[in-house]
Structure formats: C-alpha cells, structure tokens
Design a binder for this molecule. Structure first.
Ligand code: ADP
Ligand code: NA
Length: 348
C-alpha cells in the first residue's frame, strides 16, 4: 500500500514554551525516530498562517529564524525530514485557491470553533492585532490553507494537538468533495493526536500555558536558562496544603508540577509514583526537584540551540539559510508533483 507521509506545521512565534514542546514538538521528534525508512516527514514553519494577525516584518523574519533554530535544537534532522518555510512553496497557495473555490462553503468555515472564539476575544489582543477591530478574511479562511498544506504533500498522517481536530475533520471533508468533483485521488489524512496532557500555566494553573500570557513567570521556554527555570518554578502557584498529592481536579497547581516532573524524569515515573516518592516533603522541596529535572531535561535542547545560533551568526546567516533553502527545494518538488496532477484534473 501507499507509503506514509507525515506533515505538521508550527507558526513562527519564536522560541516555544514547554507546553508546545511536550504537546507538539516532542511528538514530531518521536515520529521521526520511530517512522519506517520509507515514511516521508515534512515539518513546515507556517509563516503565511502567521499573517492572519498583523505582524511586524522585522520581527516576523527574526521569529522565523528562531523557530527554525528551535526545530533543529529539539532534534528535527533536516536530512531525514523536510524542514521548510511555507512561504517558499507557492504551490500551497495555488491549491488553497482551488480548494476554496470548489470544495469550501461559507457555512463549513463559519462552524470552526477557532473562528468563533477569535472573533469573541478583542480584550487581550495585541495592539498590532486587527482582530480586535475587524477580523481579516484570512483568519476565516485559514483552515482551507491548512488543508492545502496537508494535501499538497499527500500527507497520510498529521500530528496535532486536540485544538486542531476540527480543522483536520474539515480537511477530510474538503478532500472527499474535491475528489468527487475532479478526477483526483487524495487520501483523507488521519489525525495523530498528541499523547501529552495539556501543560497548565505556572501562575494560573486553571488555564493552559500559553505564549500570549502577559506574565512571563507563567511559562518556561525551551531555551530558558537554569536560573529562570528555577525562578518560575519557585513562584509557581500551588495551594495551602503543604503536602504532595496528585489530584488534577482538586490540586491543579501541584498536579501540574508533578506532570512536568514526570515528563522530564529520566526514569519516566508517573506523576502518582513521583507524588508517593515525595511523601513527607514540602512544596518548596518538590519545586526544587522539578526545577532540577526540567533544567537537566532541557540542557541538550538549550545547548544545541546556542550552537545552531552561534554557527548561523559566525557564517553571516548562511547556515540557517542553507537549511531553509534545501528544505524549500525539497518541499517545492513534493508540492509540484501533486500540482501537475491537480492542474491536469482541473483543466489548466
Ligand atoms: P500558544 O497557546 O502558546 O499560542 P499554539 O496555539 O501556537 O500555542 O500551539 C502550538 C502547538 O502546541 C499546538 O499543537 C498546541 O496544541 C500545543 N500546545 C500549546 N500550548 C500547550 C500546552 N499548554 N500544553 C500542551 N500543548 C500545548
Ligand atoms: Na494559541
């Protein structure tokens, strides 16, 4: 049967936090190391998706570079996987338009909860963000671009967080409609839900850790230095019981710390087992242990990130440009192969 193709994307929002890392990037790296040699993997920095919000051009360029360095730092191998910027493959936009014109309905898109929630939250949006005023059509249409990102590389499997399930369902519907209208044979892609739990904010543990939280102590970045990791964990909101028990509903703060401890534990003990091993300890001692595990766990990521950025700077930007250009060429070849068939099927 057909070979597997794994595709996923990340927005160029700069250095990710440990929620993004555990919830998304680690799954990519695991897939890369467990996939059969015949499986093709593509990971895209989706900069066209980023402009559904207003972007400062210099900042967007910097964050795209940082995001690429991040992918290399967590262990994405640009030889094994095709790593590329979405904006270097114009075929994504070509297929987007074709899907938009033939298989997409206004009703289908207006049901997307991501759209419904975004138009309802003007309060904490960025000053540059036009969403607070008038939402751009790109924000409404972006699930169709996502469908094009996936189909253009004939992806069979798409690793995502649960917030993306509805978009993947839409992609499958668009795939079926498009195949029905034209003589195309796209395979509806399967969703690979990340197995990781949602990591909660360190300062408000009832909401998820997010880069848009105004309090920098609410999160740990994957390149945070040890002192910053220790500080954020020391300041983490827990509760007034000075015991260690794992109970996510009753004790969200402590349980989030135990989840983090478990994910970064070299012995991979469960949160409940770690709670048991901390019996008799106070919360301060737990925080110190979690900090130690997170610092250790992120050390190779931080070291690789610094090495990549250093190599890029000493080559005047040539190092990351080389990675980007090679990935772009491979991704364009992959996309063009699909588009030759699509154009023929549509009469172009
Ligand atoms: P943010 O909420 O910080 O803006 P994104 O929405 O850009 O993050 O998410 C990028 C990826 O990381 C998605 O696949 C999402 O499911 C995952 N992710 C984001 N935040 C968390 C979290 N706190 N815990 C687990 N996974 C997360
Ligand atoms: Na988000």
């Amino acid at each position: 049967h057909e070979n597997q193709v794994i595709f996923s994307g990340i927005q160029p929002t700069g250095v990710p936090h440990i929620g993004n890392y555990l919830g998304a990037l680690q799954q990519w790296v695991n897939l890369q190391s467990t996939a059969r040699p015949s499986t093709k993997l593509l990971f895209s920095i989706v900069d066209w998706h980023a402009i559904t919000k207003a972007q400062d051009p210099a900042l967007l360029a910097r964050r795209s570079r940082e995001t690429l360095a991040t992918l290399l730092a967590v262990g994405i191998d640009p030889e094994r996987s095709v790593v590329f910027l979405q904006s270097s493959v114009p075929q994504h936009l070509e297929l987007y338009w074709q899907l938009l014109c033939t298989a997409t309905t206004w009703g289908g898109l207006s049901r997307m909860t991501s759209w419904k929630s975004k138009i309802g939250i003007p309060a904490d949006s960025d000053p540059l963000d036009p969403i607070s005023g008038k939402p751009p059509m790109g924000l409404f249409n972006y699930p169709v671009l996502q469908a094009a990102d996936i189909l253009i590389h004939r992806a069979t499997h798409v690793p995502v967080g649960d917030d993306q399930s509805q978009h993947l369902e839409l992609t499958r519907q668009l795939t079926t409609s498009f195949n029905h209208i034209y003589a195309t044979t796209f395979t509806p892609p399967q969703t690979l839900l990340s197995p990781a739990k949602r990591i909660m904010s360190l300062t408000t543990p009832l909401s998820k850790m997010s880069k848009s939280d105004h309090n920098p102590l609410s999160r740990i970045l994957i390149t945070s230095p040890p002192a910053a990791i220790t500080l954020a964990l020391k300041a983490a909101l827990t509760d007034s019981l000075n015991t260690i028990t794992y109970s996510p509903l009753e004790r969200p703060g402590v349980s989030n710390l135990l989840d983090l401890y478990s994910y970064f534990d070299p012995q991979q003990r469960t949160p409940a087992a770690l709670a048991a091993s901390c019996r008799g300890m106070g919360l301060g001692a737990l925080k110190a242990l979690v900090a130690e595990a997170v610092v250790e766990g992120l050390a190779p990521v931080r070291e690789t990130y610094e090495r990549v950025v250093g190599e890029d700077e000493s080559s005047g930007g040539a190092f990351l440009r080389g990675v980007r250009e090679r990935g772009g060429r491979r991704a364009r070849d992959s996309a063009e192969e699909t588009m030759v068939g699509v154009r023929r099927a549509m009469g172009f």
